[in-house]
Design a binder for this molecule. Structure first.
Ligand SMILES: [Zn+2]
Length: 266
């Protein structure tokens, strides 16, 4: 009963001044069409109602921090059926004042175990919280000389990808997706489209690193796995859709079909 009532409780309105400040700080949000912005604002308010923000290492969560994250996090699910249900496997969002050092263990090809610390600016765990470094969240609003870095969209793209239990660059797809009759055919279609784009990106990144070729548009980190390629590509798709369509001619229609079902291309 209580739960049912809570579900009905309307999310509080985001105050106009705070909303305008968020759009000014993240111009790629402000550039969305007016009807999308209205929906973005409503969804961000519901997101703020559903999620719990925690400051790490003494970081204080302000309205600016929470709203900056909410407004960007809901963009990928804006047109997805079920919208915020894509994020219902977790409640906590941990915000740190800087990048966070986290212990890692890796086993190399010779079977030697390496333990080391990695500095991370964000992390998404399956059925667990999302961690974000605040200065890097803020950088998401300032694409310098065409480079894209948007840690919020990156981590929430991982959340969407991992809904089916795997971080493999393929989110769960419905039957009928892109004209594919079954879910497994949809998945095969997704991989047939994503993998060649990933291979081409990897090759360009390797040639740039080893032989001084022209570096690819997106962060070379995208070359580390299909899951990272998907998350980095999502950053670009949402932050600079026009250039994304030029650079990734095969991925843009695929992403449109998933993120904007039934709508005109971005
Ligand atoms: Zn990642």
């Amino acid at each position: 009963m209580l739960r049912w009532l809570r579900g009905l409780r309307a999310a509080p309105q985001i105050p106009e001044a705070a909303w305008q400040a968020t759009l000014a700080a993240y111009p790629f949000l402000a550039a969305r069409p007016p009807e999308e912005l209205q929906r973005l604002r409503e969804l961000a308010a519901r997101f703020l109602q559903d999620k719990e923000f925690h400051g790490a290492l003494g970081f204080a969560i302000t309205d600016e921090v929470a709203l900056s994250i909410a407004a960007q996090a809901v963009l990928p699910v804006l047109h997805l059926p079920g919208d915020l249900a894509w994020y219902d496997d977790f409640v906590g969002i941990v915000v740190a004042p800087e990048e966070v050092s986290t212990p890692r263990v890796a086993i190399d090809e010779a079977g030697v175990v390496h333990e080391y610390d990695e500095a991370i600016i964000g992390e998404a765990r399956e059925r667990g919280p999302v961690m974000l470094s605040w200065p890097h969240v803020q950088e998401g609003g300032l694409p310098a000389d065409g480079a894209i870095l948007n840690v919020v969209i990156h981590e929430f793209a991982h959340k969407i990808d991992m809904r089916d239990g795997e971080v493999d660059g393929c989110p769960p797809l419905p039957a009928g997706f892109a004209g594919q009759a079954t879910r497994s055919q949809a998945r095969a279609h997704w991989r047939r489209t994503l993998e060649p784009a990933y291979d081409a990106f990897r090759e360009q990144a390797i040639v740039a690193e080893r032989f001084g070729g022209e570096p690819p548009w997106l962060d070379g980190y995208a070359a580390s796995s299909l899951g990272e390629f998907f998350a980095v590509a999502c950053e670009a798709y949402f932050v600079d859709p026009r250039r994304f369509a030029r650079e990734f001619g095969t991925l843009a229609p695929l992403f449109d079909a998933f993120f904007r079902p039934g709508l005109d291309p971005a």
